[in-house]
Design a protein around this ligand. Sequence first.
Ligand code: TMP
Length: 215
Amino acid sequence: MLFISFEGIDGSGKTTIAKLLKEKLKSQGYEVVLTREPGGNEIAEQIRDIILSKKNSQINPWTEALLYIAARKQHVSEDILPALKRGAVVLCDRFMDSTSAYQGYARGLGIRTLDEVQSIVLGTTKPDLTLFFDIEPTAARGRMKARFEDEMDRLDLEKQSFHEKVYEGYQVLISEHSDRIKVVDARKSINEVLEQVSYYIDEVLTKLQGNKNDD
Ligand code: TMP
């Protein structure tokens, strides 16, 4: 019924907000599926383990990109589409824009090139709304440092310049898809962030309702 993705650099706080939003929407009577990428089901979680393992530092950028997309295909077909068909709200912690920002832009494979691959593999499945949790890479790094080193995955451990490039990549995507991607100020308090997120969700629900009435 409604597909919302959460995007941002590592340490932007999106996962915490996704969990709180799930509870809020559930209390309003919605069936809510909170899931994440890479992962969300058994096969995709196995792919996640390969991609994020610190042992695999020699992974080729294309191998990395195709594994993320492979995990996404499994996730879309096994979980996301069935949930949307049942009328659920799907909250997905990262989706196709992560591949565009991390592999397309920061790894240099090209946003356009990966758009083409993703549209071949995923067809027209895309979020109704994407929330970008905006925080400067240096501030996000500070939050990440509060985590224990052994909780960090291969991507978390990338150099600061990589995370800065990812942030730049997201700015490109935001300017190209301003109708779908909404920017949330992630430096604000949790309550303020939740309020901003709820505003964008109401906006998209009203729009979708309007489209339905026009049919
Ligand atoms: P997470 O830490 O948000 O669970 O995401 C795992 C890491 O994988 C994170 O550093 C972002 C990265 N990532 C990509 O590089 N490309 C993708 O397509 C996805 C979904 C995640």
